[in-house]
Design a protein around this ligand. Sequence first.
Ligand code: SF4
Ligand code: FES
Length: 252
Amino acid sequence: MSTATMEKSAAPAAPESFTVTVIIRRFDPEVDDEPRWQDFDVEMFATDRVLDALHKIKWEQDGSLSFRRSCAHGICGSDAMRINGRNRLACKTLIKDLDITKPVYVEAIKGLPLEKDLIVDMEPFFESYREVQPFLVAASAPKEGKERIQNVAQRERFDDTTKCILCAACTSSCPVFWTDGQYFGPAAIVNAHRFIFDSRDDNAAVRLDILNDKEGVWRCRTTFNCSEACPRGIQVTQAIAEVKQAIMRGKP
Ligand code: SF4
Ligand code: FES
C-alpha cells in the first residue's frame, strides 16, 4: 500500500473531551430562603455550548435544574442568562470561547423577579413591550388588492431594530432597570423604534409621547451595556438616541 493510500485511510483523531466546572446559582422557592451556588463537573467538547452543559447536568446529574430554552439556535430568545457575569444566550455561547481553566458561572438575568434557578418572571418585561404598541397602526386602508409600498431606503431606516428576538439580555443588563422597576428598558424602546421609523405607520406621535414619560427614554444613561449584551448585534443605544431625537425634533 502506498504512503498516500495509508494516509487517506487513517481514521481522524477523535475530538478530545475535557471536564468543565459549571457553578450555577440555584433557587427553589419551595425550599430555599436565598439563592445558593452549586458546582457541577461536566464532560464537554470545545464545540459544545453552555446550553449543552445545562442539558447534560439536567439529564445526567440533577433533573430539578430549571431553565428556559426552545429553539437552541439563537432565534426564540428564551435562554438569556448571565454567563461569567455577562448577559448572553446559552445556546450561542461556545465552551471554547470561555476560559475553562476557571469555573463557568451561570445565573439568571438580573432585574426581574426570580422564579426558579435560571428562570425569571418575564411579565414586567413584556408589559413594557406591550405599552409601546409594537405593531403597525395605519390611518387608512391600502388600495384594494395592493400592498403598502416601501422603497429600499424607507425599509433600511428601521432594519436594525427588526432583528429583536425579545430575549431581554439588553434590558436586564441595564443598571437603570435594576434600580428602577418602572423604566421601560432598552428592549421596549427598540421595538417602539421599529415602528416609529416605519414609513407605513401613522402612530409615531403616540409612541413618542409614551416614551417621553419620566420612565421613558430620558432614564437612559448611555452606559452601552445594552448594545454589548444584544446577541443580535442591534445598536440598541443608537436606537434609543434616535428615539430621543425624534421626541425633540419630531419623526424625520
Ligand atoms: S434588543 Fe437585542 S438584547 Fe434586547 S431584547 Fe432585542 S434581541 Fe434581546
Ligand atoms: S434557545 Fe432559542 S435563542 Fe437560545
